[in-house]
Ligand binder design. Structure first.
Ligand SMILES: [Zn+2]
Length: 150
C-alpha cells in the first residue's frame, strides 16, 4: 500500500502522481465517493471530464458528479431527475395553494361589510350563541333602560 494515494488511484491500484486530477476531489478517507462515480460514469470518463474543465470548476463538477452518481445508484430509473421532479411538484402545489388562498382573501375582503353579522342585524335570539345573547341583553339594559336614571 502506497501512503497518500487518493481514493481514485487507490481503487485503480496505481501510483498517485503529484498532479493527479482526482486527488483534490477524492480523498483517501472517503472511498465511497469515488466508488459511486466510478460505478456510474467509469474512472476514465470522470478523469477526462475533470481534465477538460478549468481548475476553478473542477471541484464543483466533482461534487455534481458524486451527487448525480449517488442519486442514480439510489434510483436507477430517474436518478436526480426524480428529486427534481418531486421538488417541482411541491412548488406547483404550493403555487396552487397560494393562488387559492389569495382568491379566498380577495373574496373575503370584498365581502366584509355584508358577511360579518352585526348585533343590530340579528333579530332572532335563538340564532345567538349563549354569550352573544347575554352580551346583547347587557347592552340593551345598560344603554336604554338603566333604572337609576328614571
Ligand atoms: Zn490520485
Amino acid at each position: 500500500m502506497i501512503p497518500g494515494r487518493c481514493a481514485a488511484c487507490k481503487s485503480q491500484r496505481k501510483r498517485c502522481p503529484s498532479d493527479c486530477v482526482f486527488s483534490p476531489h477524492f480523498p483517501p478517507d472517503n472511498p465511497e465517493r469515488f466508488a459511486s462515480v466510478q460505478k456510474i460514469y467509469g474512472a476514465s470518463k470522470v478523469e477526462k471530464m475533470l481534465q477538460d474543465l478549468p481548475p476553478y470548476l473542477q471541484a464543483e463538477a466533482a461534487n455534481a458528479l458524486c451527487f448525480e452518481a449517488q442519486c442514480r445508484i439510489q434510483d436507477p430509473v430517474y436518478g436526480c431527475v426524480g428529486i427534481i421532479s418531486q421538488l417541482h411538484q411541491q412548488i406547483q402545489d404550493a403555487e396552487k395553494q397560494l393562488a387559492m388562498t389569495q382568491a379566498q382573501l380577495a373574496v373575503f375582503n370584498s365581502n366584509i361589510p355584508q358577511q360579518l353579522p352585526q348585533f343590530s342585524q340579528i333579530e332572532d335570539p335563538s340564532n345567538l350563541s349563549p354569550m352573544q345573547s347575554i352580551l346583547g341583553q347587557f347592552q340593551n339594559n345598560s344603554t336604554s333602560q338603566a333604572p337609576w336614571f328614571n
